[in-house]
Write a protein of this length. Structure first.
Ligand code: CMC
Length: 429
């Protein structure tokens, strides 16, 4: 008997089925042959939240959640964070290999020459109220870009597809910075293509009246590292939305708007914002034990803790924690750090968190760094969306070119009323 199969005996009928196992998985469709009568649909797998369902075969990002390993295209995140730049890592993620010098120069040139926004976008931004949340603005504006590039609909033509990838990676920081400038009533600062990707982003955020903005090297590098850490994370909620939306074949601006919306929530990319608000509410170190008790009673979550895949320390959180000291060295120590460290110390000794294998995730310390860099709290999820754009686009392209993929359309188990007849309004009690 071959060992790479699963034998299933349906106790309703006594029938036995051989189901092939490939890459430690079975095809859900192979379950359909299991039925009690010919006119039945067949067995479904039920998996709310997709906790045990693979939706694709992917070559992009590898995570081992038990051992805290994260690799992009085989390269460990620790090495990329130490040695690479965000744009080089983005090239790696998109193309599968690190670029040589010519490829890198061409790639950086292509990104830098798409950083400007159509001037009409400024009118769109002006329409938002001064206190509009920047994530709401970002997802609206990136969706609106769809109307500026009608050729983006040609998603199966390599050239226009690549062109939109350049545009999206290039323009997300510009949109984000313009949203910030709108919220604080400052004139928009245009891109400076002499600067690096992150240096230019700092320029668009913080340039005042000086002729040339010069980013602080430590802050510029810190942002590079944070962007590298956020570039991709396999089939998370927003990436699943990107693939799912993309599977009906809209242009990538529409799909990125949908993915940005998915990232907005506090359980996903909005967690970094939620962490900062939580630390502010706790207020001081001595209130930490009470707060932990509340979490254990089910009165709220410890934001920035826990992960669907990581059941050990998130490797990204480890790198961010180390980097925080460098940023604090320049900008001064964030006073909320002491509360965060105390929360981590107590939580990691507490059986509630130990038994559920809840550890700090990427969002636990990133907000403290962003806050020290004078980036407002409601911009934090936007700081996640900018670098994740490269991951979303890579996953989208992989999905489009995968002949096994179809429009995403899960099944349901219907548990509502069975067929009944309409009752006129007068007859209803
Ligand atoms: N604080 C307190 N309890 C928690 C937490 C937390 N942060 N996370 C999970 N739990 C408990 C949860 O109540 C449940 O307990 P029980 O078994 O007694 O019901 C158990 O741990 C398992 O939780 P779950 O909700 O079934 O786990 P999940 O895999 O569905 O959720 C998560 C993963 C990230 C949504 C969740 O851990 C969470 O809400 N964390 C806080 C929000 C956060 O930091 N999100 C950022 C995630 S990392 C970056 C990203 O992906 O965007």
């Amino acid at each position: 008997m071959p060992s790479d199969t699963l034998t299933v005996i349906d106790n309703r009928t006594g029938k036995s089925y051989e189901i092939p196992i490939t890459d430690s998985s079975i095809r859900a469709k192979d379950l359909r042959q299991i039925k009690t009568s010919e006119d039945e649909y067949g067995l479904l797998s039920y998996d709310p939240g997709f906790t045990n369902t693979a939706s694709c075969r992917s070559k992009i990002t590898f995570i081992d959640g038990d051992r805290g390993i994260l690799n992009y295209r085989g390269y460990p995140i620790e090495e990329l964070a130490e040695k690479s730049t965000y744009l080089e890592t983005a090239y790696l993620i998109l193309n599968g290999d690190l670029p040589n010098r010519t490829q890198l120069d061409e790639w950086v040139h292509n990104i830098k020459h798409h950083t400007l926004l159509h001037e009409n976008i400024k009118k769109l931004i002006d329409g938002f109220r001064y206190d509009a949340h920047p994530m709401g603005m970002l997802l609206s504006i990136v969706g609106a870009l769809s109307t500026f590039y009608p050729e983006a609909k040609n998603i199966f033509d390599t050239q226009p597809r690549r062109e939109q990838i350049f545009r999206l990676i290039a323009k997300m920081p510009t949109i984000a910075a313009f949203c910030y400038r709108h919220s604080v009533g400052l004139p928009f600062a245009y891109p400076d293509n002499d600067l690096s990707y992150t240096g230019n982003f700092l320029n668009m955020l913080f340039k005042m009246t000086e002729l040339k903005y010069r980013p602080h090297a430590v802050l510029e590098r810190a942002l590079e590292v944070l962007f590298i850490l956020h570039a991709d994370h396999e089939q998370n909620c927003s990436t699943n939305v990107m693939r799912s939306t993309g599977s009906s074949h809209p242009d990538p601006y529409a799909a990125i708007a949908a993915a940005t919306a998915a990232l907005y929530g506090p359980l996903h990319g909005g967690a970094n914002e939620a962490v900062l608000r939580m630390l502010g509410q706790i207020g001081c170190k001595k209130n930490v034990p009470d707060f932990i008790q509340k979490v254990k009673r089910g009165e709220g979550r410890l934001m920035g803790f826990g992960h669907r895949i990581y059941k050990s320390y998130d490797p990204r959180a480890r790198i961010i924690k180390q980097m925080a000291d460098q940023v604090f060295g320049v900008m001064g120590r964030n006073p909320l750090l002491d509360i965060a460290l105390e929360l981590e110390r107590i939580a990691l000794e507490d059986d509630y968190f130990i038994s559920r294998r809840l550890y700090p995730n990427v969002d636990f310390y990133s907000g403290l760094i962003y806050q020290s860099m004078k980036i407002p709290v409601d911009m934090f999820p936007v700081m996640f969306a900018i670098p994740r754009t490269c991951g979303w686009l890579t996953q989208w392209e992989e999905m489009l070119l995968d002949s096994e993929q179809k429009i995403a359309r899960p099944r349901q188990i219907y548990v509502g009323p069975s067929r009944r007849s309409y009752i006129s309004l007068e007859e209803r009690s």
